[in-house]
Design a protein around this ligand. Structure first.
Ligand code: ZN
Length: 225
């Protein structure tokens, strides 16, 4: 079984056979999330940056399951101080697992932990699940690096924030999708709060006008990888 499930906001679950990889698990306090991690065998938790709507429940889930948090070193150190298992990585770094690999890439965004300390650079993450590539942009603004990522890695799925205010908006995310050469675009980080409202139909129209597919997922909807 290979599946990508949208939990809500920027949180996703990748399942590959017996492994489940949680990304940016903002569940408690997330008005759109209805997800019980205890029903899954969580093997790894990947966090793009330290803001609470991304770090979310990562530390508690790590402590309860033993799954390590994979994050940029400064954020990993913070999580370790809270008692979580961690793997510290940095931008450009790649890790291989029995379910595939992940690589941390750039994002233009800030990152401070709940103690308002510097959380290291914010990251985006490229997953390779048995040849299916999934790019999670984190909370980035539009960056020229997307052209390089598109040329080098040609991600199949691109998970892009569209809510504006903290991240790209629908116009910038449509440009990012084009630069990434992705086949299918899944919007995220919108409508959770009042200041990140986005017109997802308008985004879908823009993506389709570029000849790409747009898959706005509702929480707990998934795609088979
Ligand atoms: Zn953020």
């Amino acid at each position: 079984m290979r599946r990508l499930t949208y939990i809500g906001h920027s949180a996703f679950l990748i399942e590959k056979d017996w492994d489940s990889i949680l990304i940016d698990p903002f569940i408690t306090g997330n008005p759109s999330a209805d997800f019980d991690y205890k029903k899954k065998r969580i093997s790894h938790i990947v966090v793009t940056h330290a803001h609470l709507d991304h770090l979310g429940d990562a530390i508690a889930i790590s402590k309860n399951t033993g799954a390590p948090i994979i994050a940029v070193v400064e954020l990993a150190q913070y999580c370790a101080r809270q008692g979580a298992r961690t793997i510290g990585l940095n931008i450009g770094g790649c890790l291989k697992f029995n379910w595939g690999s992940l690589r941390f890439l750039g994002a233009n965004h800030s990152s401070s932990n709940p103690d308002i300390e510097y959380g290291g650079p914010a990251a985006s993450v490229l997953f390779d699940i048995d040849g299916t590539t999934i790019f999670h942009a984190g909370d980035s603004g539009l960056i020229s690096e997307y052209s390089i990522i598109g040329e080098m890695y040609n991600p199949y799925y691109a998970l892009l924030p569209i809510g504006g205010y903290y991240t790209m908006d629908i116009n910038e995310a449509a440009m990012a999708a084009k630069m990434l050469y992705a086949m299918e675009i899944i919007p995220m980080h919108y409508n959770t709060f009042n200041n990140i409202k986005a017109d997802v139909q308008s985004f879908k129209d823009k993506i389709e006008a570029q000849g790409q597919k747009c898959l706005p997922l509702k929480p707990n909807e998934y795609v088979e990888l």
